[in-house]
Design a protein around this ligand. Sequence first.
Ligand code: AMP
Length: 142
Amino acid sequence: MTSPAYDANNIFAKILKGEIPSYRIYEDEHTVAFMDVMPQAPGHTLVLPKSPSRNLLDADPSVLPNLITTVQKVAVAIQEAFDADGVYIAQFNEPAAGQTVFHLHFHIIPRHEGIALKPHSGKMEDGTVLAENAKKIIEALR
Ligand code: AMP
């Protein structure tokens, strides 16, 4: 199977264009990071390249160095902000692998010993909680 075409109207494309709000924690020339609205744990963040691709399979390789650099930067800040024992980083390609939004993104989730993750795309988190968690990560990024 070859990758289907990129849909420029996907929800993350709209967030990148500023048409839909997000709890943004980081932005540079090439990448953006914001809070996942249905977090699997407090602090669950998504990192995206600004340039369009459905997922990793159809991404231009030149996008990847900047992207993984931002993933690392945000993961380190999340580890500090949530005093995490570990950091889970995930990336899904196509529905069969669990992908639900078709603009390349990495999930970054702080983990604590003995605490299970909530389900993927489960319950919508309260906006004040997302804003508080975003603030913690932004402070750790400074
Ligand atoms: P994936 O299955 O890897 O495509 O994950 C998509 C993620 O996007 C899920 O974890 C959703 O909770 C999250 N999500 C969906 N809509 C939004 C949104 N508007 N803002 C932030 N996160 C979202």
